[in-house]
Design a protein around this ligand. Structure first.
Ligand code: AMP
Ligand code: MG
Length: 323
């Protein structure tokens, strides 16, 4: 969506209806949660999620948290478990994010998960966030509503100070209560603390009845129960390529046409939305290498190149990207 003026929406039925209309059209709406203000967009819509990155000027893609209204909505998108049910029963709504396997039929954009087959879900407790999610009836990807590198906003005024004119709207709620981000718990073979946050780790440990492991480096899990934080294709990547060499498939951009082309017109927004799907699809063809056309290092091109450079970095023997 084109941005110009950022609408200030009142926390009323009318303001919520307008927010739902903007989100349904692929726009961005900042809204209060009990932790910080989130910059929300439809987690199922790749172009909308690319818009989050464009507004924040984020130079790298990382998986985003899908905010949902309740357990029933979470279960549409992730493979639920008994442990998830106990944790949600104890701590939702609230500042706890659970990372669970993505359902194959979830319809979540792979820009939301940054290409992973897991999804982070959370039910925020703030009444306005609850009302918005119920009215929208869908998942909202929502990182903190601040430009990249600036501190997280806890008032609508903070949001506007950073993003006025760069997003479609802000729901003008009051100040956020918690002020720090959610605690993130990975639920693989065993629970792993992925990020400390607003829910004290002691509360989780008391419920689980055991100390929580914090995992090794997020990029190189040291035991099978841990979760990868970055997707990388099996095939090696060669960047700044104009043509494919023997055994390679070509990922095109702009004037360089490939087996798959991220954007023939050279539109970086379109390319960002298509990136992870294209890598997965080319990887599935079993090529030994993926040659990637040059992508300009500006706007969303920075985040695209960052992801491509990480995917091109040497691997360890498990096929995960090195540090
Ligand atoms: P935020 O910036 O508050 O939206 O938090 C996003 C953070 O959640 C990312 O930096 C990741 O570390 C973490 N995260 C989200 N999804 C996943 C996932 N599928 N696997 C592991 N970590 C995740
Ligand atoms: Mg942030």
């Amino acid at each position: 969506m084109e941005t110009g003026k950022t609408e200030r929406l009142d926390p009323t039925a009318r303001g919520l209806a307008r927010a739902v209309g903007i989100l349904g059209a692929g726009g961005r709406v900042a809204f209060p949660t009990e932790t910080v203000y989130g910059l929300g967009a439809d987690a199922r819509n790749g172009a909308a999620v690319a818009g989050i990155y464009a507004a924040k000027g984020r130079p790298s893609f990382n998986p985003l948290i899908a905010h949902v209204a309740d357990v029933a909505m979470a279960r549409r998108y992730v493979v639920w478990s008994d442990l998830a049910d106990r944790l949600a029963g104890a701590f939702w709504p609230g500042p706890l994010t659970l990372v669970l396997p993505l359902r194959p039929d979830a319809g979540i954009s792979d820009l939301t998960t940054a290409g992973l087959d897991t999804l982070a879900v959370r039910v925020p407790a703030h009444p306005l966030a609850q009302a918005l999610l119920r009215a929208f009836d869908g998942p909202l990807a929502a990182p903190s509503a601040n430009p990249s590198g600036r501190i997280s906003p806890t008032t609508a005024e903070h949001v506007l100070a950073g993003l006025d004119g760069r997003i479609e709207a802000v729901l003008m709620g009051g100040a956020c209560g918690v002020g720090v981000e959610s605690t993130i718990l990975g639920l693989g073979a065993e629970p792993v603390l992925l990020r400390p946050g607003g829910l004290p780790v002691e509360a989780l440990e008391a419920m689980l009845g055991a100390p929580l492991s914090t995992g090794g480096s997020a990029d190189a899990p040291s035991s099978p129960g841990q979760l990868l934080s970055h997707y990388a294709p099996r095939a090696g990547l060669r960047l700044e390529a104009e043509t494919a060499r023997k055994g390679e498939v070509l990922l095109g951009f702009g004037p360089v046409a490939g087996e798959i082309t991220l954007s023939a017109s050279g539109d970086l927004h379109e390319a960002a939305a298509a990136l992870f799907g294209a890598l997965h699809e080319l990887d599935a063809r079993g090529a030994s290498g993926i040659a990637v056309a040059p992508i300009p290092e500006r706007g969303l091109g920075r985040a695209i190149n960052d992801r491509l450079r990480r995917a091109a970095a040497p691997r360890d023997r498990d096929g995960t990207a090195g540090a």
